[in-house]
Write a protein that binds this ligand. Structure first.
Ligand code: NG1
Length: 403
């Protein structure tokens, strides 16, 4: 994809000044935990987004080879409400990095843009790094996750910081365990003898549509559960309230199965805004939320991240596989799976996986299976048959960098 971007760029505009590659990611384990400031363990993959840049006249001309739709963006902020699709992500990154001046930008990718492999965060981090480097004042690698998170939240998904962090900080042949409260990262070696397959469920999980509401409703459900548990445990829930403050609570079973943020607020005498305030979108405080199953998943998943890190360290792939399977079952109760994802996970297990689970936000998108090297082809074939693919091997790769 870098080569293709280069050839097309030269034909249109001459030599680019720089090309940046930002990888996609697979989350090994720790799903729907990051926005509760609980740990995750993803890795960057050997597919990504490429951003080529050279000088232009006081505006930014940009096009994509995978989603051709050229547009001119005025730098310096302003009203972006007319923009849609990848144009919004691009403008959000331009504004987050504070880019002024002109540029010609071409984007290419060998990463499918269907949800689950974090193409939107790869795109955002890639554009931030490319434009920042182009100005001669590149953001520090450690600053990239915050900038990308702010850019993406301005588009309306109240996401956690997993994707932006791993895409910025990953190293080759390692997963990245990330803690958010307090923030810390640890590179965990992934041995070459572990096969990892990513497989598409056949259904995209578009961030702008239904998946956005499904996702944001889990964010609010976690906050409501955190407020109730913190009041039972007599601890400060944080602001916004987060489940990390009650991570060892064993009172989850005493939560109501379903309740609205408005009802929790009136029970505790707090402002419902503490739960429903999102960066760039409204959430209705009267929506009834399944807070008990949501909290049960998130708190148990955080413990599985600790166990999975230990299993990976010990090259204990059977134990790692068992934890992946348990994660998937828990995500089904949480409501993030789909029939196609269940079928995919079942097919990979039958083909000889140590374990398999949906990866990323779910509601469509991708699943992963881990297996011995000699089962990789069998997993790929089984996944292809279950949903029509694509399915492919993924290898833990380096984070964003110049090409
Ligand atoms: P994807 O798979 O990219 O939609 C989303 C969030 C993550 C995390 C996972 C669920 C974005 C950009 N990322 O990932 O922060 O919460 O869901 O674990 O929305």
């Amino acid at each position: 994809a870098a080569d293709r971007a280069l050839v097309v760029y030269r034909a249109r505009w001459g030599d680019p000044e720089l090309i940046v590659r930002a990888p996609g990611r697979v989350n090994l384990i720790g799903e729907h935990t990051d926005y509760s400031l609980l740990p995750v363990m993803p890795f960057a993959i050997d597919r990504g987004v490429y951003v080529a840049v050279c000088e232009g006249l006081d505006r930014i001309e940009v096009d994509s080879l995978t989603h051709p739709d050229p547009v001119t963006i005025e730098p310096g902020g302003g009203d972006r409400s007319e923009l849609s699709g990848w144009h919004r992500y691009f403008a959000a990154a331009v504004d987050a990095v504070g880019f002024v001046g002109g540029a010609r930008v071409l984007i290419d990718a060998d990463l499918p843009a269907t949800g689950g492999l974090s193409s939107s965060s790869a795109f955002t981090v890639g554009v931030l790094m490319a434009l920042g480097t182009f100005t001669g004042d590149p953001p520090l690698r450690q600053e990239l996750p915050e900038l990308a998170l702010a850019a993406e939240r301005s588009i309306g998904v109240e996401s956690g910081a997993m994707d932006q962090t791993v895409i910025s900080l990953a190293t080759e042949s390692h997963a990245l365990r990330i803690d958010f409260d307090p923030f810390a990262t640890r590179h965990v070696p992934v041995s070459d003898d572990l096969g990892i397959v990513a497989a598409y469920s056949g259904r995209a999980a578009p961030k702008g549509g239904d998946a956005n509401h499904s996702y944001n409703s889990r964010v609010v459900a976690c906050r409501a559960a955190a407020l109730l548990l913190a009041s039972l445990e007599g601890v400060d829930p944080g602001s916004p309230p987060v489940l990390s403050k009650v991570r060892s609570s064993d009172l989850v079973d005493s939560l109501p199965a379903e309740v609205s943020a408005a009802a929790v607020a009136s029970q505790l005498g707090v402002d419902p805004e503490r739960m429903v305030k999102l960066t760039a979108t409204e959430f209705d405080a009267d929506v009834v939320l399944p807070i008990r199953s949501v909290a049960a998943h998130v708190l148990s998943e955080a413990r599985r991240v600790d166990d999975a890190e230990a299993a990976l360290e010990a090259n204990d792939y059977h134990e790692l596989g068992r934890l992946l399977d348990a994660s998937h079952e828990s995500l089904r109760d949480f409501g993030a799976s789909s029939q196609a994802l269940d079928r995919l996970v079942g097919a990979m297990r039958e083909a000889g996986a140590y374990g398999a689970r949906l990866t990323g936000a779910g509601f469509g998108g991708y699943a992963i299976g881990i297996c011995p090297l000699d089962r990789i082809d069998a997993l790929i074939e089984a996944a292809d048959q279950a949903t029509g693919g694509p399915a492919f091997r993924v290898r833990p790769s380096a984070g964003v960098s110049g090409v």
